[in-house]
Design a protein. Structure first.
Length: 128
């Protein structure tokens, strides 16, 4: 049996997955700070909603940019569509602290069952 075609197909699939997987991340790309003791895996039946804050203070709900003045209305709509989903606040390491703090408070007031901050895993070298 000739395995060369099988190896070729497997290598092509590997390359395809290596290109596609990074594009599947939720939210805008930001450099998150690190943590040493990460939480357990999230509940797959209710995927979380991601609010990203870039270094310059731009806001993204999932991958769609949201103006600061429209954020509360957009968050309320998202909460109404998926009431059991938690919200993840993903802020760049260099995002303004005051903005992150006020966003966290506003997200809690919307009524999500949980609001958490996404950080990198220091054990894996993320967020360092």
């Amino acid at each position: 049996m000739n395995v060369t075609p099988l190896v070729d197909v497997v290598l092509v699939l590997l390359i395809i997955f290596m290109v596609i997987i990074p594009q599947m991340q939720a939210g805008a790309p930001v450099n998150v700070p690190g943590i040493a003791n990460p939480d357990q895996a999230p509940d797959a039946s209710h995927p979380p909603i991601t609010l990203s804050v870039t270094k310059g203070g731009r806001l993204f709900l999932e991958k769609a940019e949201v103006a600061r003045e429209d954020l509360l209305a957009t968050l309320r709509e998202a909460h109404a569509r998926a009431a059991a989903s938690k919200l993840i606040l993903k802020g760049d390491r260099d995002a303004p602290y005051g903005l992150m703090r006020s966003l966290f408070k506003e997200c809690q007031e919307v009524g999500f069952p949980g609001v958490s901050l996404q950080v990198g895993d220091l054990r894996k070298g993320e967020g360092a």
